[in-house]
Design a protein around this ligand. Structure first.
Ligand code: DAH
Length: 346
């Protein structure tokens, strides 16, 4: 019997399997109730007492070896299974259901991308700001209507008699980031500042108390209005298409002189006239101008040495034009049925 056991030990140690069927044959042969081991244990009863100890030990060893080998062969099959499915890098990826980006983020990223390509950096500032950065340093007169409660959400308002009169408010435009950048950087400065802004407006399809802007600022020696115009033309054509025309109309902002508003030829009708452009052929997209010397000086930049241009645009407007979604409220409700429609790589 010992010789038999030794033969089986040799057989077990040499055993290999190719696939689950052969693994099962191995199990049946050695380990099943009607397998070899059961037979040997049966036979063990008849072993003479003198040989029982040695034979018993050998038999237990055989059983252990058979079990170990079985587990080893089974694990080997599993890991080769895994290898075959994970090592094939040409296999298609799992069909994960990716989330979608918010349409406002898509347009904001597009705007950032366009200006980054012509050397603008991105800078951000706080949404809760002080009066100084939102109004005073931007050359707003003390009684300017934009400071009024009707427009501005005040977080805390301090009466003028207070020894430290500093109003804290939600920024009404991203122009406040201009001030922060000018205070912390020396020219040349070439930056855009995307962000959320807040105004005390009744919510409707056409107005909202929260919206998004991208501010632009370029300050260096000899920056001219021609530079502004060319930069904005580049932006308009990248954003709205190669055949887009721009038009600059004189306007007023306290922080720029001269100031202008820019229209682009209607992206819907191409300038012929339709109900989106109210039959004018033009759409207003941003405000801009040459940074007012008083603003440069308030931010400790020498206005004799440096000039600059600035512009500020809303993000919702191009989103509405691009996606033909004409109710602003949809952008803020976060209804999954709306958001799911903006699947894109951006
Ligand atoms: N801050 C202005 C607004 O909210 C937009 C704007 C106009 C920004 C002209 C500028 C600018 O930088 O030069 O309506």
């Amino acid at each position: 019997m010992l010789a038999k056991i030794n033969n089986f030990l040799a057989e077990i140690s040499a055993a290999t399997v190719n696939g689950p069927d052969e693994l099962e044959s191995f199990r049946l042969k050695f380990l099943s109730k009607k397998g070899l081991l059961s037979d040997l244990f049966e036979e063990f009863r008849n072993v003479p007492a003198a040989d029982k100890k040695e034979t018993g030990q050998k038999l237990n060893l055989l059983k252990q070896k058979a079990l170990d080998k079985y587990n080893l062969l089974r694990d080997g099959l599993q890991s080769s299974d895994e290898k075959s499915s994970y090592n094939d890098l040409s296999m298609p990826a799992f069909p994960w259901n990716h989330g979608s980006r918010h349409p406002i983020s898509i347009i904001r990223n597009e705007i950032i991308n366009i200006f980054e390509r012509i050397g603008f950096t991105v800078s951000e500032g706080p949404e809760i700001e002080d009066d100084d950065h939102v109004f005073t340093k931007l050359n707003f007169a003390p009684e300017h209507p934009a400071r009024d409660m009707q427009d501005t959400f005040y977080v805390s308002r301090i009466s003028p008699e207070d020894s430290n009169p500093e109003d804290i408010l939600l920024r009404t435009h991203t122009s406040s980031v201009q001030v922060r950048v000018m205070q912390s950087h020396k020219p040349p400065i070439r930056t855009i500042s995307p962000g959320r802004v807040f105004r005390n407006e009744a919510i409707s399809a056409r107005a909202h108390c929260i919206f998004h802007q991208v501010e632009g600022l370029y300050i260096d020696e000899n920056v001219s209005f021609a530079d502004l115009k060319q930069t904005l033309l580049f932006y308009a054509r990248e954003m709205f298409g190669r055949n887009t025309e721009i038009r600059l109309r004189p306007s007023y902002f306290p922080f720029t002189e001269p100031s202008a508003e820019m229209d682009v030829s209607c992206t819907i009708c191409g300038g012929k006239g339709c109900n989106v452009c109210k039959y004018t052929g033009w759409l207003e997209v941003l405000g801009c101008g040459m940074v007012h010397p008083a603003v440069l000086e308030a931010c400790s930049i020498d206005s004799k040495k440096y000039t600059g241009f600035a512009f500020g645009m809303g993000v919702e407007r191009p989103a509405m034009l691009k996606y033909q979604v004409n109710d602003l409220r949809l952008y803020f409700e976060n209804d999954i049925r709306f958001l799911e429609q903006f699947r894109t790589a951006f």
